[in-house]
Design a protein around this ligand. Sequence first.
Ligand code: PLP
Length: 457
Amino acid sequence: MDSALDTQTNQPDTADLHDWDRTHQLHPWAAMDDWRGYDHMMVDSAKGIYLWDASGKRFIDGPGGMWCVQIGYGRQEMADAIAAQVMTLPYTSPWTTVTEPSAILAKKIADMAPGDLNNVFFTTGGSTAVDTAIRTVHFMNNRLGRPDKKIVIAREKGYHGSTYLASSVTGKERDKSRFDVESRLVRFLPDVNPYRRRDGQSVQDWCDEKVADLENMIAEVGAENIGAFIAEPILCSGGVIVPPEGYHKRTHEICRAHDILYISDEVVTGFGRLGHWFASQEVFGITPDIITCAKGLTSGYLPLGACIISDAVMERMTDPDDSVLFANGYTYSAHPVCCIAALKNIEIIENEGLLEHVREVAPHFQARLQALRKFDIVGDVRGMGLLGCIEGSARTLAGERRLGAMLDEACEEMGLLVRPLINMAVFSPPLIITRAEIDEMFDILERALEQVQAQLS
Ligand code: PLP
């Protein structure tokens, strides 16, 4: 194994590393019944859309890391930009100073974001961007003398992060089990998955029902108690749930009518996943009050997130006669090295025309995805842009094991990584993926589905 670490002597072997990992490293989302008994894949290196494990086996990175590696791996120009910034200025206080990278990046993001979303608060990732968004809503309503207007309406199956506030508005039960959350702060609407509509119900009728759910909840809780509605444009880690046509526009209008701020969580959908910098306006036709983003902002090369706030909200938070601090921040807000990584990432996306590329290859990606319906173990497939999900049919729910795990195992054997989610598998490959590589990925998926179907029959 080649390592970037210069340990010179006693280079550990893979068995040592697995041992130290199992003994000392607690991974995110660890299964607590057996967290020491499980060997994670030891990833050794990566280039383009591929990863190599410690044995030298190559895999297509189907999930693009965790929905984040837009420009692909092994970019020399990214390494050079990061190294140069480390040598020029690796850190400075975001409270009392500003740097060239953060000022340029703030301007760039404000230019990309829709409408009057011109104010960028840098965070350490997606969860802290969501925290900042909710704290902004609270700060604004306290400043406006509306201390009760604080409740956040969120959606079941939505994922917004792992900090206390972000996990409180997360609607995935699995992500909250045995943890406490701030439940007084949040109300959940049912998720908006047309696959779950009743037999014979039209998608339009289903959409009307889901929009009415929001109206009913506002009537029940009282708009004077509700500060914000938070939604992912496509509900991603809840299973790539694409809402019915018009859902976002209609819910956005309802929020506007009740002075409820609309937070669009674009942590996954931002930075090119759907072929645009942001999906809210370009794909779904709404200008939210706040957008949160992270992941694709740096393509995962370094951690950075942002909470983008409208001028209108900023105006309502500002009071010339009352100089209260907006005391929200992180030591690593606007970190200059992370901001340089984001600027280089944006430059690569622009120079290589990756937004246009996604718009060009996405129809082929989605057509190959739809073709997987021919397997009778597949209940639903759905997606948009370079996002996709396969959900198992009732047949895959009969035994002990779910489609996600079975497909994951079969694909891994064949050189493709997927992200299993109970009875589903999801994909968000690097945006640089070519048409031929999309075919390579779906050819493997088809062979893996054939194998799993044979196992289940
Ligand atoms: N919001 C969404 C929509 C996400 O998918 C995620 C992470 O997957 C987050 C927020 C949290 O981001 P992070 O893990 O960077 O804190």
